[in-house]
Write a protein that binds this ligand. Structure first.
Ligand code: BEZ
Ligand code: MG
Length: 582
């Protein structure tokens, strides 16, 4: 796989380390929550489908339910170091073995709970792992509640009530693992109060994530990034109560300040002596949904940048101030212009259109994608020195100048179910902004992502994330067979994953050759699979094969000649079939 082919290890210690790294990667794929099909509106999940979900729910402390994380309870009961199970990336045989053992017992306990009942599972945990019965009961009470609510599904009832214009009960909007109170589904989802963002928990988690992010950049590039571009989405910040917002604040080195009504309306700088690193400049590219939901928060972010820029601090410890004053000297920009950092669409507009241009194969030069992103997103929000709101003033030059300073781009992924190849929005945003930086800074930024929701905080490069998603989903029989059960729509989902992977090639070049090669082998060159796809959905099958050929044509994939030849024949066959010739 990727790194492993190239350099064959020389020394035995080297070899052992590589085997361990490889094993860690396999474990990471195995332990990931993999959706095994689409949600069917109105249909309740069966208990087998619940097992993975319950395991994820049980792997977090739930103070509100007086339940502690099951893996921690098991590790403690067995006398193992429970820190080892939280620190993914700490590479040692001991930590790997501990995590694997605890994970195995967590799975077993959940199966015993689902096949029997809470009491049986708690008893087993007491015997097998010395987990106190009361502690286990608290966890299973929570899981029991979830299973019962998953069994009743009021979605169809809710829809009928909506169509009749009747009242629908409200419920919070979140990821089920983050907040099990979203159950039962079929209610009227409500969002958050923007003045509550970021929550204390989100701010605490963001501190650790930002530390990891900066440590990784430092290790890989020998210094902190001068500036970072962050993608902020509305729904993510609802689900995480503002983790993305909190990350921006931490990079700048400020903390949120609440007013007498407990609303976050101001920021206060964290002293450099406490921060113990430079303040990083941050360019925020904000979705239209975020803009609509979090107007007050956009104001807060703008305030944070302006506040940091005015601190009398040495340039090597305050990149924000340094970049802004450099810009003012370079082209006589005003402070107001040089300090613009919060960008979104023009009022009433949404999205970057970079995805549509790629899906429709309508671009020739990389610059076209970079410019399109900026054209859509160059509307500035915040206030000027007189306190007047900008409300989406066009600021193309200011955005380009801010992007020119960026050395790393980043997005926090908020969901277990929707990853970077499930939808076209991740590549349109994170890929789009990375392409815009590449043009303006004349150098490709480092691109990072993190899981906002996993128990272990982990920062990954885009390349690593694409590999993980490909192994966990696109090329994983558990995932694609789950999709194929949905027939026509399932084939469309498979094709869409491959097209979204192609979107990452187009915007960032972060897709390895082996990914396209294995996609071709799995879905097209395997006669039996090809005929299944063709029978279920010849349109998507044709798009899929066409996309592989386009990947090769655009230089994203160095395919073998025989493979190309075969793909061309298959494409011709599919076209004939669709045109009714074959
Ligand atoms: C958002 O939540 O802001 C968002 C959701 C989907 C696509 C783009 C943005
Ligand atoms: Mg959409």
């Amino acid at each position: 796989m990727d790194n492993y082919h190239n350099n064959l290890p020389q020394m035995p210690e080297d070899r052992d380390r590589r085997v361990l790294e490889l094993y860690e990667q396999v474990l990471e794929i195995e332990q990931r929550l993999i959706p095994t099909g689409l949600h069917v509106f109105g249909r309740a999940s069966n208990e087998r489908e619940c097992a993975d979900l319950l395991r994820m729910v049980a792997s977090f402390d739930r103070p509100e339910a007086h339940a502690r994380a099951l893996p921690t309870l098991i590790a403690e009961g067995l006398g193992l170091d429970s820190n080892l199970i939280q620190q993914a990336g700490v590479l040692s045989e001991e930590s790997t073995r501990t995590r694997e053992r605890v994970d195995g017992m967590t799975r077993e306990a959940i199966m015993r709970f689902l096949n029997g009942d809470a009491e049986q599972a708690a008893k087993w945990l007491e015997t097998a792992a010395c987990v106190p019965r009361e502690e286990a009961r608290a966890v299973f009470r929570l899981l029991e509640n979830i299973v019962n609510q998953l069994r009743v599904n009021r979605e169809m009832d809710g829809l009928m009530r909506a169509l009749r214009g009747e009242y629908i009960q409200p419920g919070p909007g979140a990821d089920i693992v983050q907040n099990p109170n979203i159950l039962p589904t079929g209610r009227n989802t409500h969002a958050v109060n923007p003045y509550s963002v970021p929550s204390d928990l989100a701010f605490a988690r963001a501190e650790r994530m930002v530390e990891m992010l900066l440590a990784r950049h430092l290790a890989e590039h020998g210094r902190y990034p001068n500036a970072m571009a962050l993608v902020l989405w509305g729904l993510d910040n609802i689900k995480t109560q503002g983790e993305g917002v909190a990350q921006a604040l931490w990079l700048l080195g400020v903390r949120p300040v609440r007013d007498a009504l407990n609303r976050v309306t101001d920021v206060a700088p964290i002293p450099l002596a406490e921060l113990r690193r430079p303040r990083i400049d941050v360019v925020m590219t904000v979705s239209g949904i975020f803009r609509d939901l979090f107007g007050a928060t956009m104001g807060l972010l703008d305030k944070a940048v302006r506040c940091v820029a005015q601190l009398e601090e040495p340039p090597e410890l305050n990149y924000v101030r340094h970049n802004i004053s450099q810009q003012m000297k370079a082209d006589a920009s005003s402070f107001d212009d040089a300090a613009l950092r919060v960008f979104s669409n023009a009022s009433g507009n949404y999205g970057t259109n970079v995805n549509f241009m790629i899906l429709d194969s309508q671009w020739e030069q990389d610059d076209t994608l970079a410019d399109l992103f900026v054209t859509r997103k160059c509307f500035a929000y915040g206030r000027d020195a007189q306190g007047r709101a900008l409300e989406g003033r066009e600021a193309r030059g200011a955005m380009n100048r801010a992007l020119a300073k960026v050395e790393a781009t980043y997005q926090n992924i908020d969901s277990f179910e929707i990853g970077i190849t499930d939808v076209d929005h991740y590549f349109e945003y994170l890929g789009g902004v990375s392409k815009a930086v590449e043009k303006q800074a004349q150098s490709r930024p480092a691109i990072y992502l993190s899981d906002a929701l996993s128990r272990e905080l982990k920062v990954r490069s885009l390349e690593e994330t694409v590999r993980l998603e490909t192994r966990a989903k696109t090329l994983n029989p558990k995932w694609y067979e789950g999709m194929l059960k949905h027939g026509f729509r399932g084939v469309a989902e498979i094709e869409s994953h491959i097209t979204n992977t192609f979107g990452w090639s187009a915007t960032t070049g972060a897709v390895d050759d082996w990914i396209y090669t294995e996609v071709a082998e799995t879905f097209v060159l395997d006669d039996e699979m090809l005929s299944r796809l063709r029978d279920l959905n010849p349109h998507s099958a044709r798009t899929l094969v066409g996309r592989l050929l386009e990947a090769q044509g655009r230089g994203f994939w160095a395919a073998e000649n025989e493979v190309l030849q075969r793909l061309r024949e298959i494409l011709a066959g599919l076209e004939d079939q669709l045109e009714g010739i074959a």
